[in-house]
Design a protein around this ligand. Sequence first.
Ligand SMILES: [Zn+2]
Ligand SMILES: [Zn+2]
Length: 473
Amino acid sequence: MSEHQDCKRCRSEKAVLVSRKEPFCPGCFQKFISLKQRKQMMSEQYFQDVFKVMYQDKVKTAEIAEKMNAESRILVPLSFGSSSLVMLDVLNDTLKEQLEVHRGKTGFHVDILICFLGSEDLQNHKDRLQTLMNTRLLETRNCYKTHFVDLESFFSSSKRMRVRLEDSSYIVRKVDGASDATTEPTVKELLSTCVNRSAREDLLNVMKTATIKLFAAQHAYKAILWGHSMTRLADEIMALVVKGRAAQIANTLDNSSFDSEFDGSFKNLHPMRDILLSEIDAYCHISDLASLTYNYAPQRTLLIEEVPDAENSGSKLARNMTINELARQYFDNIEGNYANVISTVVRTGAKLDSPLDALPKMSRCGVCNARLFKDGSKWLRNITVTSSHHVESEEDRELYSAWADSEHGKSRGEYIKLNTEFKEQGEVLPTCYGCLLVLGEVRHKIMCWPDNQSRILQDTMEAYVIGDDDESN
Ligand SMILES: [Zn+2]
Ligand SMILES: [Zn+2]
C-alpha cells in the first residue's frame, strides 16, 4: 500500500483514498463528489429554477421570486442505503451554503419520504432519521419535512382485482374484487406467493416506485431525486433487459420529460448518475455516514491502508441471487479496473428511445403501469408450443386417469377451474412482457392487485401517511 501519499488536488493533506487513479484527501473528495451531483442538479433550466435562489429581476417581481423559492419542493425517497444518504448529505450542504450566502434564504425545500413494510422496519427507519435530524440536518432543520408511507397503502385502494395468467395462451385476464370478500391479502402475503426472490423483488419494486410517484403526483412536487449511482443504474439497465422490461429503459433514465406514468407534474432526476457506487461508499466512510446505513454495508474498496476484509470477499451463492443482485455483483466486480464499462452501459442506456408503438391505441400495463408498445402475449404464442398431444391409445387413457388422481393431477383440477372462471368472467388485461414473466412466477399464476393504480384514492393514501412532521412550518 502506498504510504504518505499526498492529495493531488490540494497538495497539502494526506490522501485517504484513491479514486479513478487519483489520490484524494477527505475534503477534496467530498468536494469532487458534491460537484458531480450539483452539476446534474444544474443540468437544465427546469432544475436550475428549482434549486437556485430566485430574486427579483427584469421579468420577476419580488413576490414571484419568493413564491418560486417557496414552491420549489423536491421529494427525496430515503432508503438509508449509502446512495440516498450521500445524496441527501450533498443536498444538505447546498442548503447550508444558500442559507449563508443568501442570508437565510434557500432556493428549495426537501421532503424526505420513507417507505416501510411492517413495524420493525418502521422503527429502524425512525431511529436513523432521528439521529440524522439531530446531527447533520440540525442547522437546516427548517428546510425539511418528513413523511412515512406504509407500503400496505399500495393495496388499500378501494377497488381491487384478481389478475391471472393463462399459460396456454399467455393471456392475462382480470376479475373484480379480492380473492373472497372476507380476506383481503396484504402486501406481505402477496410477496409470499412468489415462487422465487426475483419475482418478489420485482413486484416490491413496482409497488415502491408507484407509491413514491403517486405521492409526488398527489403533493405537487417539482421533482423526485433518485439516489441511484452510476453502478446502480448500469445494473438496473442490465436487469431490465434480462427481466423482459427493456422497453422501459428509456423512460427509467428520462430526466428531461415530466413523468408520464402517473400524469405527474414532476420530473425525475438521477443526480448521482456520474458517481460510482464505490465512490459513494467511500464518501460514507469518510463522512461518518456509514453507521446510519440500513440493510447495507458500504464497501471500503477505495480507502487506502485498509486490510482487505476476508469476510466480505466471499460472495453469495449464485443460485440464491435475484437478477438485480447478479447484475450488481457483476458491476461491483468490474468497478475497480473496468469502470468505463459501467459508464458506457449508462450512456448507451440513456441514448435509447422508447420502441416504436405497434399497438392500435396507446395503452399501459395493467400491473406495473408501464407504457405498452407490443402485444407480448401474441409474441409468446407465436414462438412457443403449449398444447399437449391428444390421448389416443388405451394405455394413454390409463396413464392419464392415474395422473389425474395424483396430487399433481388434483392441482391441475384447481388450475382448470381457475382457467374456466377467468375465461368466462374475466376481462383481458393489457400486460407488459416483464409482468407476464413475473405472473408466471407467482403461485397458481394468480394475484390480487389494485385495479388501476393511478386511481388509488388520495385519501386512502393519506390515511397511511404517518408521522407527518409539521413542526417545520
Ligand atoms: Zn486535498
Ligand atoms: Zn407491467
